[in-house]
Ligand binder design. Sequence first.
Ligand code: AMP
Length: 282
Amino acid sequence: MLLVKTIDELREQLKPLARQGKKIGLVPTMGALHNGHGALIKASAAECDVTVVSVFLNPIQFGKNEDLGKYPVRLEADVKLAESMGADYVFAPSVAEMYPDGSPMTTVRDEKLEEMYCGAYRPGHFRGVLTVVSKLFNISGADVAYFGEKDYQQVFMIEKMVRDLNFDIKIVRVPIVREESGLALSSRNEYLSSDEKYKALGIHEGLKKAKIAYSSGERGVAKLRDLVLKSILGNRGIVQYVEIVDRRTLQRCNGLLPDDIPVTILVAAFFGKTRLIDNIEL
Ligand code: AMP
């Protein structure tokens, strides 16, 4: 396993492999790796000849008052975890390497989706995500890239970007990895006190209640959303949004859900100062 810090070196490493016809898998991350990232790396290692894990805390996807300054950084442990899951390269560039001119003027946006759901509360976030992911696709020349369904809007927007801009790369979705308790693994879980962590289980519990209600025939969007809201509020969480969306378009559903529409509930909520997201397919 090789740790690479510059774009030139990564290209020097990967280009000959691509020429030999090796299939290159890319797993973009912001570091502080856990088993959720591990599942992505394993999936790539199983399906590709070469697996590259990028570890880059991307400043342009954080808002001014967000947690960029306190986001956990631990490259050495990340390299070990990546290697143990089957990575061949960890690409960990500096901010100056990725953005030599400061914040880039050339960016990638989805003007509609960037304002919805998480985007409504995190202006500029998805523009930062789509821009860095495009750069990583171009730098690595990967054939396949792996993204987690925990960041549901993110993977949807990346798939759409790949179609809209004809990137020659396949996107693979990996299901959410959870703790035994049901809490979705996240680098941000480290911010939670043990009490907050316990209360944060209210998110997944609420989502499960809504799924059970849906399976039993409930089709009212307000009723299904209410089950999630109550479970979060009952655990002293502060809800940012709970929305039921059409999985094919990510458009918001209202009223009564027709049976032939595949739907997912998306949630963002605060426990203490920590913002968590989760989702469940109905
Ligand atoms: P991050 O480092 O938080 O930007 O995440 C990097 C990638 O790991 C993204 O594609 C995430 O969706 C994915 N990921 C993070 N947590 C999980 C999880 N609990 N289960 C599955 N994928 C995850």
